[in-house]
Design a protein around this ligand. Structure first.
Ligand SMILES: NC(=O)c1ccc[n+]([C@@H]2O[C@H](COP(=O)([O-])OP(=O)(O)OC[C@H]3O[C@@H](n4cnc5c(N)ncnc54)[C@H](O)[C@@H]3O)[C@@H](O)[C@H]2O)c1
Length: 453
């Protein structure tokens, strides 16, 4: 057993004396997955050549992440805004062919995979076209903009036999890996409730970003940006703050819920959308150039589990996901995973017994103690302390996620976050929005593959 593993025996440690107090121990450092940074030699013939489609904020990050993995080479970039090309070339530290039409990238025969980090309303079309053109794909989260898009993407990955990995990096995080190991060990007992929170309280966190100086139709392909969204005149706020508008994004559900949903679906092994969702929310503060709510609060019904998910853009609590079990609570807070025992000693039900006549009560207690003999002194099975695990300084789950994708591209083994998983996580977010927008309980119709009221 490795030093990061916690057995049920450790958890329910036998100690002499009275019931233990739950103390949070110093977190144990999790071992990083070294695969992404191992200095493996990759001859040019073995290099994976890639192009980035959408090299804005996240696309730029992913470009650097892919280049940090051994054996990769960037050969082209596609974007709709000219200055992004300069920024991408600075990251790549070389001149690169550039285009505003992703189809020119897909036509090239020397490209193994593409990274798709466009606004969400473009994911489905580009991923389907990339699969048809024989490219593997790393597609940013949320996988789909609509439920129909998601199923079309699943079909395309299957039909063209491509590796398509969705970019919710929590799926490769060592923090969530540890949480899953603990969850699967049964240490929590029966888990019937989960609560997940991802808040923001700054302009930067909410996505109220400055429009770059000089941005105009002269250096932006506005028509291409619109794609299949409704036609409208050029609007720089829509282009740079697309996540605030329903035509291009899914609001905080697609932006933030998706990370929470990915995390708890993975840890709890959930493989289907919830049966029902109900949401409250509103737009209270960040009203400038924004349609989507700044508070969203959803309750989901899964077969044996209820889940509350919340994103509040007007106050910031720590990023957390908590699993409530009959024998323990598992909390993931930022990058620390802690398991807290539920120290519930066995005792007679004294509270109602007060209302019984004394002879009835005494007889009941006599029988109860006979059935539940006290443990011998020094043999009390009590819980000693909480156990916490955390990441080494500078840990980057996106690096693990990208490296897992590259391993799949090389080995042709299924990716850690395939389109089936990404589709279910995205549908879960679409259900939250459906309930909010239609002021109804959203129901998942598995046969009809649609969300209903
Ligand atoms: N995994 C994460 O933690 C994470 C973080 C941020 C964003 N994201 C996701 O990454 C994606 C991009 O988000 P962002 O914040 O980088 O947005 P962004 O606006 O900064 O960048 C998007 C870029 O895509 C380009 N673009 C738009 N349509 C295009 C098209 N048809 N072809 C080529 N380029 C096109 C735009 O010109 C822009 O430069 C989104 O899906 C978002 O949800 C994921």
């Amino acid at each position: 057993m490795g030093r990061n593993q916690l057995s049920r025996r450790d958890f329910l440690r036998t100690t002499a004396g009275a019931a233990g107090v739950t103390l949070a121990a110093s977190p144990i450092l999790l071992e990083p997955l070294l695969i992404a940074v191992s200095p493996r030699a990759h001859p040019p013939s073995d290099r994976l050549r890639f192009a980035s489609i959408g090299v804005g904020i996240r696309g730029g990050e992913l470009l650097r992440t892919a280049l940090a993995c051994p054996g990769t080479e960037i050969v082209a970039v596609c974007d709709l805004y000219d200055p992004r090309f300069t920024a991408a070339q600075e990251y790549a530290q070389k001149q690169l062919p550039t285009t505003k039409d992703y189809r020119a990238i897909l036509d090239r025969k020397d490209i193994d995979f593409v990274i798709v980090a466009t606004p969400d309303h473009w994911h489905a079309k580009i991923v389907q076209d990339a699969c048809a053109a024989g490219k593997d794909v790393y597609c940013e989260k949320p996988m789909s903009h609509t439920v129909e898009d998601g199923f079309a993407m699943v079909e395309a990955a299957k039909k063209y036999n491509r590796i398509v990995q969705v970019g919710s990096q929590r799926r490769s995080s060592i923090v969530y890996g540890k949480a899953k190991e603990l969850y699967d060990s049964g240490i929590l007992g029966q888990v019937t409730a989960i609560e997940a929170i991802l808040d923001r309280n700054t302009r930067e966190g909410v996505g109220i970003w400055p429009v770059p100086p000089g941005a105009s139709e002269q250096n932006i392909d506005w028509n291409m940006f619109l794609g299949n969204a409704p036609k409208r005149p050029f609007d720089a706020f829509r282009f740079f703050r697309w996540r605030s508008f329903w035509d291009y994004g899914e609001g905080v559900a697609g932006d933030l819920y998706i990370h929470l949903v990915t995390g708890y679906h993975y840890v709890a092994g959930i493989t289907a959308p919830p049966s029902r969702a109900t949401t409250v929310g509103g737009l209270f503060r960040w009203k400038e150039h924004r349609e989507v709510p700044d508070v969203l609060w959803t309750l989901y019904e899964y077969p044996d589990l209820r889940v509350g998910v919340r994103s509040n853009m007007n106050n910031e609590s720590p990023d957390s996901t908590t699993f409530y079990g009959t024998e323990g609570t598992l909390e993931i807070k930022n990058n620390v995973v802690t398991v807290y025992p539920q120290n519930i000693p066995s005792s007679p039900e004294n509270y109602p017994l007060q209302s019984w006549p004394s002879d009835m009560r005494n007889e009941y207690l006599k029988q109860w103690h006979k059935a539940h003999p006290s443990p011998a002194p020094g043999d009390f099975r009590v819980v000693e302390s909480a156990q916490a695990f955390t990441t080494p300084h500078g840990y980057d789950d996106s690096l693990n996620h990208m490296s897992n994708f590259l391993e799949s591209v090389r080995s042709r083994r299924p990716p850690v976050e395939d389109t089936e998983f990404g589709n279910i996580a995205a549908i879960t977010c679409h259900m939250a929005n459906y309930a909010y927008l239609n002021k109804t309980i959203a129901t998942w119709d598995a046969d009809g593959r649609r969300v209903k009221g």
